[in-house]
Design a protein around this ligand. Sequence first.
Ligand code: NAD
Length: 291
Amino acid sequence: MQLIDGKSLSKKVQDFVKSEVEVLKTEQGMVPGLAVVIVGDDPASHAYVSMKEKACKNVGFYSIAHKMPDTITQDEIIAIITMMNNNPHIHGILVQLPLPSHIDTNKILEVIDPKKDVDGFHAYNVGRMVSNLESFVACTPLGVMKMFEEYNIELEGKDVVVVGASNIVGKPMASLLLNKNATVTITHIYTKDLKQHTLNADIVIVGVGVPSLIKEDMVKEGAIVIDIGINRLDDGRLVGDVDFEKVSSKCSYITPVPGGVGPMTIAMLLQNTLISAQAFAQEKAELNEAD
Ligand code: NAD
């Protein structure tokens, strides 16, 4: 069994981003900028935003967090996003989810300029991703794809089961795998017999939010298991959706929690923001040439 080390791969990506930021600064006088919009006082969401701000600082980005009370109206959030869409120092905008129930999340995500949609949640980017066209891709599934690439894990023709079908994890994950010619099955809470699917899979990818959902008798010998889940147990421990102790001995590769997919998500956010800043710099250079 080989552990897929998300922590060190994340560091490698962040070091690369940092060096590219230096190039952008020197050659174009530009600093990539990320704006985060967070509504309410959910401690987990605030912890994620703090981690993102810290990561931005480490690679030399400019970052700004708009922290709003959950009494804010939808129109006020839209006004802030519109301001960030028009701010030339901002190249990436992300809205920390979940939003309070009085806010229409889809409406908010649709307001983000698709060129600054570094979370890849805008329908424009989702549509392009499904069509296998260049686009911003949701950071968590993109991080998993980066792991497959780094560990030379071939996807073509493989039977892959994705457990969990949310818009931000399972669905984009399945599309990316399909784009690589894997045979993909998507399962979810209404799937009749989960084990029947996972047991036949070469690769099982789970992002659900249920500790130990994937047990030893649900995966075949030599399977590759990717655990996206993040769950805080009552005793304070952080675990994924896989019974790691028992499942890992059957796997050829497995991701740990913590230290697996989680750090990759942040690395991909930084990478997407860098790509956005580079595209804006290129656009500016072309405009200057045309003048
Ligand atoms: P979600 O609640 O939006 O979706 C959960 C999905 O799991 C749904 O499709 C649901 O049908 C399915 N599901 C729930 N219970 C199930 C069961 N018993 N059997 C099969 N399917 C079941 O959640 P989400 O936002 O997609 O997040 C899922 C998990 O991934 C959470 O633990 C979250 O913390 C984690 N997550 C991790 C990262 C990361 O960076 N590692 C990023 C995003 C989310």
